[in-house]
Design a binder for this molecule. Structure first.
Ligand code: PGA
Length: 266
């Protein structure tokens, strides 16, 4: 296992800086792999909150490798994904449902009714009900054991975008339908091919269920994430930088980042 080159305690979080993203992804996968049998033993299953995007892809590659070599099993695992574009069909290659099948679900022994992704096909009038149901499923499963997170250039976590909400209100945000921020739309152009093709809305797990996870692992790589990382860890707690809301749950957040993403901290 690759060792971090720096370790910092910042804003109640354990921050490990790796020379390359690979080391951080190995560490994230290792944390998930070791938590599964413990949670399965203690409470019958492990409940994972999962992220999409380019950042966690190597984590899934590690998990698949571990499952194929018998080091890990998803038989007693339930997963809840952070977000899904809206509207979005599950078979669309841009959907996060299809991403999860490509990178994880099709390659491990997870039961089809245990890999949960918000449904981008629900009628708009039922989106709020669907989102509330998602939070009830998480609660009924005993809450999230490990939440894997990325962070957007604008500091978003999931698709909880920057806002002028008071902190106490932001901390209570449930899973819901949201409008995407211009930075998020600009960053999605590389996946959709043109700005006009990027959905304007998404369903996102709320700040409340994310922060309710027993353990949170945040990944961030590259110079373009340095400002969001620094504002999340060194800046004030504000809904304008959703990543900074992680400061309100000291002791349970681990940041696994590369040297470039850490450049605003060191
Ligand atoms: P990325 O997205 O992994 O594609 O950089 C991270 C995020 O927006 O949460």
């Amino acid at each position: 296992m690759t060792k971090p080159i720096r370790r910092l305690e910042l804003a109640g979080a354990d921050v490990k800086v790796f020379s390359k993203p690979e080391g951080a992804c190995e560490a994230a996968a290792g944390k998930i792999i070791s938590s599964i049998p413990i949670c399965a033993m203690v409470r019958g299953q492990a409940v994972l909150g999962l992220a999409t995007g380019s950042t966690p892809e190597p984590v899934y590659a590690e998990l698949v490798k571990a499952c194929k070599s018998g080091l890990c099993s998803f038989e007693k695992v339930s997963t809840y994904n952070l977000d899904e574009y809206y509207p979005m069909g599950p078979l669309d290659p841009h959907s996060y449902r299809s991403y999860m099948h490509r990178h994880l679900f099709d390659h491990v022994d997870i039961a089809p009714n245990r890999g949960h992704v918000l449904d981008g096909t629900v009628p708009e009038h039922f989106a709020a009900e669907h989102a509330a149901l998602f939070d009830r499923w998480i609660a009924a499963d005993g809450g999230l054991d490990v939440q894997l997170l990325g962070i957007g250039r604008n500091g978003h976590i999931g698709f909880n975008e920057p806002s002028d909400l008071a902190v106490d209100k932001a901390l209570k945000l449930p899973t819901r339908l949201v409008e995407l921020h211009p930075t998020t739309i600009a960053d999605a152009v590389k996946d959709f091919g043109a700005e006009g093709l990027v959905p304007r809305h998404a369903l996102t797990m709320g700040i409340a269920p994310i922060l309710g996870a027993r353990s949170i692992v945040v990944l961030a790589f590259g110079e373009h994430k340095a400002e969001a990382v620094a504002r999340s860890l060194r800046g004030p707690v504000t809904a304008e930088v959703p990543g900074s809301l992680l400061q309100t749950v000291p002791g349970k957040v681990t940041w696994l980042i590369d040297r470039d993403a850490a450049s605003g901290l060191l």
